[in-house]
Design a protein around this ligand. Structure first.
Ligand SMILES: *Cc1c(COP(=O)(O)O)cnc(C)c1O
Length: 497
């Protein structure tokens, strides 16, 4: 299948789109059309394991790979999960399900794509006869960084540089990153927020000078952020797999509608749900859940995207984002795949921090989208209430999604089965989760003590990869101002060469 940039360049192969990450014109690669899944094919998925479902769905887009090749990759990737099924669906109440996507090595949903991406990338390099080394640049709001570091650690012919907001991630997230081992990993803290990190990455990608410098040293740049289609496509799989699980378990009849609620930041995860719908899965509504950083909520309510607003640090830090990159792929669909229209809006975003789409158009093109934002207080209350009522421990990001679902239900009394996408293990945010479920207790600021307490009161065990962080040495200590990111990246990879 061919891929085009949202800003007009292309076509390129899927393999090339993955190798490049971001298109050279600054746009994001999108498939030339959405492959369909037939009713028979969907039924057949019932009898397949997750990695086989992944191979089936992914090769619909990346048809230069055979289904067998992809199944090998997916089997290797999902072998790293602590659960036989990397995306189990848990029923918590009538019509309410939780899709647990955090059983991977770093305990966040990013693992589902980032355990597979190194295989997709090395396979793509073979298909395209690329023998250059790959330099992966990644900006993280907390979870992508560690998942990418683990995925690419000690992968041959690859270096990875991870940029994270030094004061903008949870203590566990930071510890996960700075304790990373491996000979090819570089972790740089920045005095700034995620948007600063993401902007720097995009600038490096579009800088001819820096690209030439790295090329001279045998590197080609690529991205592990969800701007890379190779990140997005494994995410489409779990929406389809969850749908298949629902009817395989007789929770719905074949071809009944379902809703998904997705805690959103950079908009990659929920975009994958929208892509699943375009492939023919009967998804009714998509509910965009945001924390106090409500730029997406406002966009879906008014058509105005406005990044000129106060940035809040919240207890769901992986969603503390004002510039949601993947929205560009959705806008491309709203604009009937007209790259000139997308370019105009993105230039406005770059220059003025804002753009608008006519509300009538938006309602007509995207009737399935609903959006809600949640305060910090509400997030904590939801964690407490869900634990009291169902004995189920939510992480703060998933709690934002449950809160959005409650708001949606109060408004529409919808009786369609709804899947809440759970994006992180509560043990990644132990202090805030403990404070929420035991508001009366003495505040515990030591995350490892908080983990012990949570382990005692909940039925969910603390993951080993989190508990053992306490014993690991700190390997990465660099922190730079945002003006110096480019120099720091060059120095990390090339040293004084
Ligand atoms: C990355 C992340 C999100 C946001 O996902 P997007 O694809 O960026 O919208 C939500 N929750 C957690 C725990 C995350 O790590």
């Amino acid at each position: 299948m061919d891929f085009y940039s949202t800003r007009g360049s292309g076509p390129v192969s899927g393999a090339r789109a993955i190798i490049d990450g971001l298109a050279k014109d600054g746009g994001l690669y999108v498939p030339s059309s959405f492959p369909k899944i037939t009713p028979e094919e969907l039924r057949d998925l019932s009898y397949k394991q997750y990695y086989e479902r992944a191979a089936f769905v992914i090769t619909k887009f990346l048809d230069e790979f055979t289904e067998d090749e992809m199944a090998d990759y997916a089997e290797l990737a999902y072998f790293k999960f602590d659960n036989l099924d990397p995306a189990p669906l848990v029923k918590v109440d009538d019509n309410m399900y939780i899709l647990e996507l955090w059983h991977g090595p770093t305990c966040a949903f990013k693992d589902v794509a980032l355990t597979l991406l190194p295989h997709l990338l090395s396979g793509s390099k073979k298909k395209e006869n690329v023998d250059k080394k790959t330099l992966i640049l990644v900006a993280t709001s907390g979870d992508t960084g560690k998942a990418a570091l683990e995925g690419f650690k000690d992968v041959e012919n690859t270096e990875i540089v991870c940029l994270y907001p030094s004061e903008g991630v949870s203590e566990m997230q930071k510890l996960q990153m700075v304790t990373t081992g491996g000979k090819n990993t570089h972790v740089i803290g920045i005095n700034g927020n995620f948007d600063d990190a993401q902007r720097a990455v995009k600038e490096i990608f579009s800088s001819k000078e820096i690209n030439e410098l790295f090329n001279k040293h045998g590197y080609e740049l690529s991205s592990a952020n969800s701007i890379n289609f190779g990140r997005l496509v494994p995410q489409i799989v779990y929406y389809i797999s969850a749908y298949v699980d629902l009817y395989t378990n007789n929770e719905i009849n074949y071809n009944d509608p379902v809703n998904f609620v997705v805690p959103s930041g950079n908009f990659g995860n929920i975009l994958a749900a929208y892509y699943a719908k375009q492939m023919g899965i009967n998804i009714k509504n998509l509910i965009v859940a945001s924390n106090k950083n409500n730029v997406l909520t406002e966009f879906f309510e008014t058509g105005r995207y406005d990044a000129n607003r106060k940035f809040y640090k919240t207890i769901s830090p992986s969603m503390d984002i004002l510039v949601s990159s993947n929205l560009e792929r959705l806008i491309y669909e709203v604009e009937d795949r007209n790259p000139e229209a997308v370019k105009k809006l993105m230039e406005s975003l770059k220059e003025f921090g804002t753009y608008s789409i006519d509300m009538k158009t938006l309602e007509k093109k995207l009737p399935e989208f609903y959006a809600y934002s949640t305060t910090e207080e509400e997030t904590k209350e939801v964690i407490e209430n869900v634990f009291d009522e169902y004995g189920y421990l939510l992480d703060p990001h998933t709690a934002v999604a449950v809160s959005a679902y409650m708001n949606y239900m109060n408004e529409f009394f919808d009786d369609i089965p709804t899947v809440i996408v759970s994006t992180a293990s509560p043990y990644k945010f132990p202090v805030d989760v403990l404070k929420a479920v035991e508001p009366e207790a003495k505040v515990e600021e030591d995350p490892f003590k908080a983990i012990k307490k949570l382990d005692n009161i909940s039925a969910m065990d603390a993951p080993k990869s989190i508990k053992e962080l306490k014993e690991l040495p700190i390997n990465h200590t660099t922190v730079v101002d945002k003006e110096n990111i480019k120099e720091a990246v060059i120095k990390a990879v090339l040293g004084d060469k």
